[in-house]
Design a protein. Structure first.
Length: 273
């Protein structure tokens, strides 16, 4: 690992530079919008060369150009720019179909598992090959969800896929740790991403529902930090931590970005009022 850059305050106390990813190359799948886009911006601000992998060409290209990064369709193409990968953020995923387990559409389940689980397996595989062959491990971060921790927060297929990701993370962390490669998960809750907003629109029947309306609902009903809803930036900063040297000895862990929501039943807050 490269040494940290430190500056001195006037009181001569060391401070870690804000350029926490200087010289690193990061690949972000599903990086054209939402949490992926917010993370791409934060990574670039901290000195990383960012490669955005997505299928949203216009959004992906525009974002990549604005942060001095690159846009690609396939993870396999990531090496064509900087010839290395230091950070892999497996963020791409889709929402599952709502409904009872009794009438679930298995074809839609297959597609969801292909994207949410096989896609992350694919990302880990190719990032690990590059890191091992380059004899310089760094980190792989996978997107899970609070739906993997608590029941009733997502559709059955979605919840299943997100819990499978945590198991895959732990398994690959055991193998790749000997090569100096850290593998961790991050699990947000209630972030008003495009995926969550679309879900609320379907559930509530409001096609024109705005992200700020979803954030308000989460802030009032879906979190323990009353009046405080989670933001894309909250998740992006947490991913930055896992990607930085400050998390250099954290491995095989699932970081919940949920304001404590999954620590208690959602109807327990009245006890403290």
């Amino acid at each position: 690992m490269e040494p940290r850059v430190v500056h001195k305050h006037c009181d001569d106390v060391p401070r870690i530079s804000s350029k926490r990813l200087m010289g690193k190359v990061a690949v972000i799948t599903g990086g054209a919008r939402g949490i992926g886009a917010a993370t791409a911006k934060v990574f670039a601000e901290n000195g990383a060369s960012v490669i955005i992998a997505d299928i949203l060409d216009e959004l992906g290209t525009s974002l990549a150009d604005s942060i001095g990064g690159r846009y690609i369709h396939s993870v396999n193409l990531a090496l064509t720019w900087k010839r290395k990968i230091d950070i892999m953020f497996n963020n791409a995923g889709i929402a599952g179909t709502e409904g009872s387990i009794t009438n679930i559409d298995m074809e839609k389940v297959k597609r969801l598992l292909c994207v949410n689980v096989n896609g992350i397996l694919h990302g880990i595989k190719h990032a690990a090959r590059v890191m091992i062959e380059g004899r310089k491990g760094w980190c792989i971060i996978c997107m899970s969800s609070s739906a993997a921790i608590m029941g009733g927060l997502g559709s059955h297929p979605y919840s299943m896929s997100k819990e499978a990701i945590i198991g895959l993370m732990r398994s690959t962390a055991c193998e790749l740790g000997v090569h100096g490669i850290l593998v961790n998960c991050i699990s947000p809750h209630g972030v008003a991403s495009e995926m969550l907003v679309d879900a609320y629109r379907k559930i509530l029947g409001k096609k024109d529902m705005k992200p700020e309306e979803v954030s308000k609902i989460v802030g009032e009903r879906g979190c323990l930090l009353r009046g405080r809803s989670p933001s894309l930036e909250d998740v992006a900063q947490s991913v930055l931590f896992l990607a930085s040297e400050e998390a250099g000895y954290i491995n095989a862990r699932n970081l919940l970005v949920d304001g404590g929501y999954t620590a208690a039943s959602s109807n327990m807050s009245f006890i403290y009022q």
